[in-house]
Design a protein around this ligand. Structure first.
Ligand code: FES
Ligand code: MG
Length: 556
């Protein structure tokens, strides 16, 4: 360590604070993290700690293929082993792009050292022709418009440039912003961490303050498991409903809870999250963007509104600053009721994530009502089946495709094993011939995920997935399917005997994504062999649980 110019007196037993950095130019959302880490260091030095910054696998959403979800667990292993194996007393988790937040929390939770999340913050509002546009959300909409011939490529590319004009993560309530809000509501970050824009000087102040706080946490031995309690997860689920958060939070929270040993079931989302109104009017469910969210009061304002209405399940839950979540937010100012609505004027009266079960999804599926078309939440339609994402892409534009606006688009083999990695392709674009007729939404069902920036009446995370022998694999063109969100039901209208007969004819080992990996080694092989289904958080089976910080023996 002395080759880095560290004087003798600093080796005096002061707390060693790791700064776990997901900086990478391939993760544009986290590309400003070296500067942010400098501010964390100022805070650590100021409080008498010794900072050591180290890189971990940077799980960037926009560049990694087949999907950053495939490598979320790999990144979590990197984080876990780096924290445990190195002499680190506590750690600052530098999170940003979607998967970086769960990956770092999962890894740190398995080691169970004191940890604090510092998020990179969202990009400034996107701008196009004088108007605001949101990352991701506008891409989906403009891509449909491009396919329908309503706009040209120049317009599309201008939108792309305009929506990504500063450092930071997606400025909508996509998965990155959702997971930042989840971290704050779980109590693992300082208040306001979720919403301060990436380029706002107050983001650097928060990084500084987090750096000085983690030194105290090391001295207090305020371990992650003391914060990540069952109560904290219940608060996060309620918060997800209030912010209109991403469906990906269902998977990530389950995976984090699994690491720390907290039981969490899909039905908890129904019990705790349903009937909580969506207050935050942000895209993709609503109108505004993260910049406005911060100026309106940010997440503390939302938590205050929930708490005042007795809708925050556990106001006493402990947070990283040593205070309860309610102590942190009870006086939080609220500056704009249009962005953070009062409870009696919600964006959606009944927010949250809808959990579905039925013979088509015995282990569950999810749908986000706030991003859906209300009239389609109860719907019966004929299946138009795509065996894979490639099959979908090859046939969706076919003018002779037997599909109308009442059809249900069904896609298979996009789950954790089948893709592999569970791609964000569940919000399948609609058939161009229907788009030209003005159809804006249809029911879609798959074992895939969808981007937190996406919208539509989209049933996701069907479990078990087709490639694991789930009933989704048995759906055929023309089958009738019933969706009933209020009743939590997803039903394939064939007899039990017929379903069993069809499933017997299928061999999950020959499912396209799985078969493709046959005989190949590498991480994808490990992943396919060990990944848990969506309802279990898509962690690798052998990574579930807390393994502690102890290291058995020295290397020399
Ligand atoms: Fe990284 Fe959206 S792509 S936050
Ligand atoms: Mg995303």
């Amino acid at each position: 360590m002395k080759n880095q110019g560290i004087p003798d007196h600093e080796f005096d037993g002061r707390p060693i604070i790791g700064i776990c950095n997901t900086w990478s130019e391939l993760t544009p959302c986290n590309a400003h993290f070296r500067k942010l880490a400098e501010h964390v260091k100022h805070g650590i030095y100021e409080a008498g700690g010794f900072p050591v910054e180290f890189p971990v696998f940077s799980n960037g959403e926009s560049n990694l293929r087949p999907t950053a979800m495939l490598t979320r667990n790999l990144a979590s292993m990197d984080v876990e082993e780096a924290i445990r194996g190195n002499p680190i007393d506590a750690v600052v988790l530098m999170c940003g792009c979607d998967k970086t937040t769960p990956a770092l929390l999962m890894g740190a939770a398995s080691v169970d050292v004191p940890a604090i999340v510092v998020t990179g913050g969202p990009m400034l509002n996107g701008k196009l022709e004088g108007k605001n546009i949101g990352s991701g959300t506008a891409v989906w909409r403009l891509h449909e418009a491009l396919k329908a011939g309503e706009i040209d490529l120049h317009h599309f590319l201008s939108a792309e440039a305009g929506m990504s004009r500063s450092a930071g993560t997606c400025n909508t309530m996509g998965t990155a912003s959702t997971m930042a809000c989840m971290a704050e509501s779980l109590g693992v970050s300082l208040p306001h961490n979720a919403a301060i824009p990436a380029v706002d000087a107050r983001r650097y102040v928060l990084a500084h303050m987090s750096g000085s706080r983690i030194v105290q946490m090391a001295l207090e031995d305020l371990k992650l498991s003391k914060i990540l309690t069952r109560e904290a997860f219940e608060n996060a689920i309620a918060t997800n409903a209030a912010i209109g958060g991403s469906t990906n939070a269902v998977i990530h929270l389950k995976a984090i809870a699994g690491r720390v040993g907290v039981p969490l079931e899909l039905e908890d989302w129904t019990r705790i999250g349903r009937h909580i109104p969506t207050l935050v009017d942000l895209q993709p469910s609503g109108r505004f963007l993260m910049e406005e969210f911060y100026y309106a009061g940010g997440l503390p304002a939302v938590l205050r509104r929930l708490g005042e209405a007795n809708r925050l399940p556990h106001p006493d839950a402990l947070t990283v600053n040593g205070k309860s979540i309610w102590d942190n937010v009870c006086d939080a100012p609220i500056y704009d009721d249009n962005v953070i609505r009062p409870l009696d004027q919600p964006l959606i009266a009944d927010g949250g994530i809808c959990i579905l079960r039925g013979n088509l999804a015995p282990n569950g599926a999810v749908l986000k009502p706030s991003a859906a078309t209300p009239e389609l939440l109860k719907h019966r339609g004929r299946a138009v089946v795509f065996e894979t994402f490639d099959h979908y892409k090859a046939t969706i534009s076919d003018e002779s495709l037997d599909v109308d606006q009442d059809s249900i688009l069904v896609m298979k083999n996009c789950g954790p094993r089948g893709y592999p990695g569970m791609a964000e392709v569940g919000n399948m674009g609609l058939p161009p011939k229907l788009l030209r007729e003005g159809v804006k939404d249809m029911v879609r069902i798959s074992d895939a995920r969808m981007s937190g920036t996406a919208y539509g009446t989209v049933v996701l995370h069907v479990a078990p997935e087709a490639a694991a022998g789930g009933p989704l694999a048995a759906v055929r063109n023309g089958d009738w399917i019933e969706l009933d969100c209020e009743a939590g039901r997803l039903h394939l209208d064939i007899s039990d005997e017929e379903l069993v007969r069809r499933l017997r004819q299928l061999d999950p080992a020959t499912a396209p994504g799985v078969a493709e990996q046959q005989g190949k080694g590498g991480y994808a092989r490990l992943y396919i062999d060990h990944v848990l289904q969506a309802d279990e958080g898509c962690d690798l089976d052998f990574l579930v649980g807390k393994r502690g910080a102890a290291v058995p023996r020295h290397s020399h």
